[in-house]
Design a binder for this molecule. Structure first.
Ligand SMILES: O=C[C@H](O)[C@@H](O)CC(=O)C(=O)O
Ligand SMILES: [Zn+2]
Length: 279
């Protein structure tokens, strides 16, 4: 079963007046990982789409949705998939890709039939999906844990020691505009993306997972001199407009998947904010 809802783009002026619920309604994405359902959010930020799928009893098919006005989902789109659950299988036009925990798959434009299933109902796969418009068909590619580019960031003293893994970036796989990766906080560190940055060329979505039960992540957004926060639970995502910082501090360590789309494929294109100038 496929569900979707739509999020329109917001101006920096608008959010200055939002209360907590309005901010959450615009930017927070909940209920992504629900059993035997494919829940899409179609954003008007670079038409970036976000979904989760947890196949338990069923094989779930990637269906087109009405806003695409396409005869199949990947007619004009590319798709990135990262499995954050138990072992699963993605079948793409008859070709089977086994995705274990923390393995990823890039699917190019033009693939017609895509299905998701789990190896075991007691430890189901949890596929996190990002999709963006595509203008060219690049080859499908599985990205295993040894294919990623690893970057160590931060220090324990500043509570931001973390390992960043680039899965879907153009030095690993050819893409039109999608970029995806995963960042894991070291035990005792809580701050991601600090120093914070903006990149007006690209929007971004963060999906927080491996947040221990009874813990939470406080996600910071907004212009660097006008920030807001959104408290987030495990398996929730948050949209970052191109004009917004996107940084979080947890009450414990955690992991998150970042996904981006927009003007360029240069991962390092960021305007870093001075920590002591944030407001
Ligand atoms: O534009 C890049 C993204 O915000 C993330 O890759 C940053 C991140 O994972 C981190 O610093 O922890
Ligand atoms: Zn960023």
């Amino acid at each position: 079963m496929t569900n979707y809802n739509t999020r329109y783009a917001s101006s920096p002026q608008a959010i200055k007046k939002y209360n907590t619920q309005e901010l959450r309604d615009e930017f927070l994405i909940q209920n992504l990982m629900s059993k035997d359902k494919l829940n899409w959010v179609y954003t008007h930020y670079d038409r970036f789409m976000v979904a989760g799928v947890v196949p338990v009893e069923k094989i779930i098919e990637l269906e087109t949705i009405d806003p695409l006005k396409a005869s199949y989902f990947l007619e004009r789109r590319e798709l990135g998939i990262i499995n954050v659950g138990g072992s699963g299988v993605v079948v793409v036009d008859g070709i089977e890709y086994k995705l274990d925990n923390r393995e990823a798959l890039y699917l190019g434009q033009g693939n017609k039939k895509v299905t998701f299933s789990s190896k075991s109902a007691s430890n189901p796969a949890q596929f996190y999906l990002n999709s963006t418009p595509a203008h060219k068909a690049f080859p499908n590619k599985k990205i295993g844990i040894n294919d990623v580019e690893v970057v160590e960031l931060g220090t324990p003293e500043t509570a931001n020691a973390r390992t960043l893994r680039k899965y879907i970036v153009n030095s690993v796989v050819e893409v039109c505009q999608l970029q995806m990766g995963m960042t894991t906080l070291k035990s005792g560190s809580v701050w991601n993306t600090m120093p914070a940055h903006v990149h007006d060329r690209r929007m971004e979505v963060y999906f927080y997972f491996e947040v221990p039960e009874d813990q939470a992540v406080c996600h910071f957004m907004g212009e660097p001199n006008e920030t807001r926060h959104i408290w987030m639970a495990n398996n929730e995502a948050v949209i970052s407009p191109p004009w917004s910082i996107h940084s979080g501090s947890g009450t414990s360590s955690y992991s998150f998947i970042w996904g981006m789309a927009g003007e360029n494929l240069d991962y390092g294109d960021m305007d870093v904010c001075k920590i002591n100038e944030l407001q």
